[in-house]
Design a protein. Structure first.
Lengths: 133, 133
DNA sequence: CGCTTGCTTGGAGTGCACTCTAGGTAAGTA
DNA sequence: TACTTACCTAGAGTGCACTCCAAGCAAGCG
C-alpha cells in the first residue's frame, strides 16, 4: 500500500448509519443531530442519498465520546469542533480548551470523593445503630 | 439544658426561607419546589404564613446536597425521603439504597479517571506535534 | 405483488431539574 | 403616604441533550 493510499484510507466511505450506531452506541437520531448542529462533518452519501461514514468519523466520534463521558457540554464540544474545522493555527487554543476541561474533571473527581466520604459515614451509621435519617 | 429540651432543639422553627437560601446555596424557588414534591417536610409557618425552617431541615438539606452532588436523581432522593418518613423498620432498605448509590459513584469515578487518561494523551499529542484533531 | 427493513427529512416532543412569572400580602423605612 | 423588601401561591417557561414522529423512498425476500 502506498503512503498516499494509507493517508486517505480512513477517509473512505464505508459505514452505514446503522453500522456506526453499533460501533459507537449512539442512536441514529443522535448521529443525525450531531451532524445538524455541526459536531460531525457531513459524511459522504451513497448514490441513494444514504450516509456513508468513514474511519475518521469513527475516531472523531470516539473522541467526542471521551469528552461527553467526562461531562463536557455539547457547546464545548462544538467549540472544539469549530477549531478543528478552522484547521492549522488553532492547535494552541484546542489544547487550552482540553487542559481547562481536564482541570474541571479533576475538580469533579475530588468533589465526588469528598461527598463519597459523607456517604460512607452515613452508611456506617446505619450499620451501627438504627436511629438515623 | 435538660435532655428533653436538647432532643427537640433542632426542631425549633428558626430560619426564614431567605436564611436557608444563604446557608444552603439553594434558591427559594428550589426549596419550595423540594417541599412541593415531597423531598422536604412542610416546615412550620409564622403567624403570617411564612415558612420557618429548623436545624433539622438544614441537616436534611445538607445530606440531600451530598446525594445531589454525587449525581443521585431527584427520584432517588425522593425514594429515600419516603423511607425516612415511613420511620422505623425501613433502615435496612435505606442503607441498601445508599450502598447501591455508593457503588454507582465509585463506578463513575473510575469511568472519569479512565476517560481522563485519553484526555491526557490527547493533550500530550498537542504538546509534541501539531497535526492532530 | 405485498411485506419488511433500513434509511431519509423537518419539526415536534420528552424528561430532568429547576427557574421564573404574575399577582398578592405584610412589615419596615424616608 | 409612598416605597422597598421579603415573603406567598399556582402554574408556566427554560435549557440541555436527546428522542421521536410522520411520511416517504429503495432494496431484498417469498
Amino acid at each position: 500500500m502506498s503512503e498516499a493510499t494509507a493517508m486517505t484510507a480512513e477517509l473512505v466511505p464505508r459505514y452505514t448509519i446503522g453500522e456506526v450506531v453499533e460501533r459507537t452506541g449512539l442512536s441514529a437520531h443522535t448521529l443525525r443531530w450531531y451532524e445538524r448542529i455541526g459536531l460531525l462533518d457531513h459524511p459522504a452519501r451513497s448514490h441513494h442519498g444514504q450516509r456513508r461514514f468513514c474511519d475518521a468519523d469513527l475516531g472523531w466520534l470516539a473522541f467526542l465520546g471521551n469528552l461527553r463521558a467526562t461531562g463536557m457540554p455539547v457547546a464545548g464540544m462544538l467549540r472544539y469542533a469549530e477549531l478543528v474545522r478552522a484547521g492549522a493555527g488553532t492547535e494552541a487554543e484546542r489544547r487550552e480548551l482540553l487542559v481547562e476541561h481536564r482541570e474541571e474533571v479533576l475538580a469533579r473527581i475530588r468533589d465526588l470523593q469528598a461527598n463519597l466520604l459523607v456517604l460512607d459515614y452515613k452508611i456506617d451509621l446505619y450499620g451501627e445503630r438504627q436511629d438515623c435519617t
